[in-house]
Design a protein. Structure first.
Length: 360
């Protein structure tokens, strides 16, 4: 599929973006001892493994998505919780450094760092990167660390776009806050976390039906539905039954691509189902942050085109899919969740110019 790629100016971007979720310190490790067999990585008790490469960087849904939005020109507030400890200080120091570097570039937006300091240890992840398999993430979150109170969320938000990575926050709190956002004419995209999807199904359905866009991977969708459906069209069909209100539902499937269901909000038109295999990666270095990369790049294009109109425009949605797939594959080809994030000119690279997207 060939695209005529519109040129944009930062001055065109009117809608503010707020990302809500977590911020973590990611420690990525490579070793010749990391070898998987039948998708299992094991170690002998009492053994020592030597690390060939170690990289430290930032992670977390709020941070990962904020950098994509900002690189594409959006003024972005990143909201997360942080502890007063060594890990928290490291996260804040590195985040300020990266934000300063980003803001020195032309045609980018600005990131406003909006941490909520808590009396708990900060989050971190150890990411093991075997040469012959998918990464293994050892994630640490202290109890109640990511449980937000209603008063801690950004207040008096109007006419903005909110990109939410859910966490341990109570369903009732999310419901109250998201309804408040909707009442104030904000647009909402939700990328639910695995712990959130284990809440009572009725509560989850009520919350996700408030959003304009819901993005899950295949495993998370199966968990949410409590059904081990492998066929993606059947899985999406069941997904749509419980979430009839969002305009767009997306299931990402790793190296097998993406399937999207559009529920047209214009009564005179029918919705549609789109499918793509995505772009093939040159080499997967680190899959961390791929979902955040896809979702934020997808949403950013619809925002640039005028969200209220573009969310019902099939060609705009196809271009948003192309950009989401491009950003995701670029991220997994580098170690670290932000190192592969694309800026506007990168989407015009010949490698990303063609993507077959069909009605399913």
């Amino acid at each position: 599929m060939n695209y005529i790629i519109p040129q944009f100016s930062v001055k065109m971007l009117l809608m503010k973006v707020i990302t809500i979720g977590n911020a973590t310190l990611d420690i990525a490790l490579k070793s010749n001892d990391f070898k998987t067999k039948e998708k299992i990585l094991s170690f002998s008790a009492g053994s020592k493994s030597y690390i060939n490469e170690a990289r430290f960087g930032l992670g977390g849904g709020a941070v990962n998505s904020a950098f994509t939005f900002a690189k594409l020109g959006f003024e972005t507030d990143v909201c997360f919780k942080i502890g007063e400890d060594f890990v928290g200080e490291t996260i804040m120091s590195e985040l300020k450094k990266q934000v300063f570097q980003l803001c020195s570039e032309k045609e980018t937006g600005r990131i406003k760092i909006s941490p909520r300091v808590v009396n708990n240890p900060s989050s971190f992840s150890v990411i093991l990167l075997p040469e012959n398999g998918d990464r293994i993430i050892l994630a640490y979150h202290s109890k109640n660390y990511h449980k937000w109170e209603l008063k801690e969320f950004p207040q008096n938000v109007k006419n903005s776009f909110i990109f939410v990575n859910t966490d341990e926050t109570l369903a009732k709190t999310w419901k109250n806050y998201l309804n408040q956002l909707k009442k104030n004419k904000n647009f909402i995209a939700i990328n639910p976390s695995k712990p959130f999807l284990q809440e009572p199904k009725k509560d989850i359905e009520e919350i996700l039906n408030i959003a304009n866009i819901v993005i899950l991977n295949k495993e998370e969708t199966q968990l949410f539905l409590n059904k081990k459906i492998t066929d993606e069209k059947k899985l999406m069909s069941e997904f749509k039954k419980v979430l009839p209100k969002p305009e767009i539902l997306i299931i990402t499937m790793g190296d097998k691509g993406v399937i999207l269901s559009h529920n047209n909000s214009i009564a005179s038109k029918k919705g549609f189902l789109l499918r793509t295999a995505g772009f093939k990666s040159k080499k997967i270095e680190d899959g961390t942050g791929a979902g955040d990369a896809f979702g934020s790049a997808f949403c950013s294009y619809l925002l640039r085109r005028g969200f209220a109109e573009s969310i019902n425009n099939e060609e705009d949605i196809k271009e948003a899919i192309r950009r989401g797939c491009a950003n995701a594959v670029s991220v997994i080809e580098k170690v670290g969740a932000q190192n592969g994030i694309l800026d506007e000119k990168d989407y015009q690279n010949e490698r990303f110019s063609n993507l077959k997207i069909t009605r399913a």
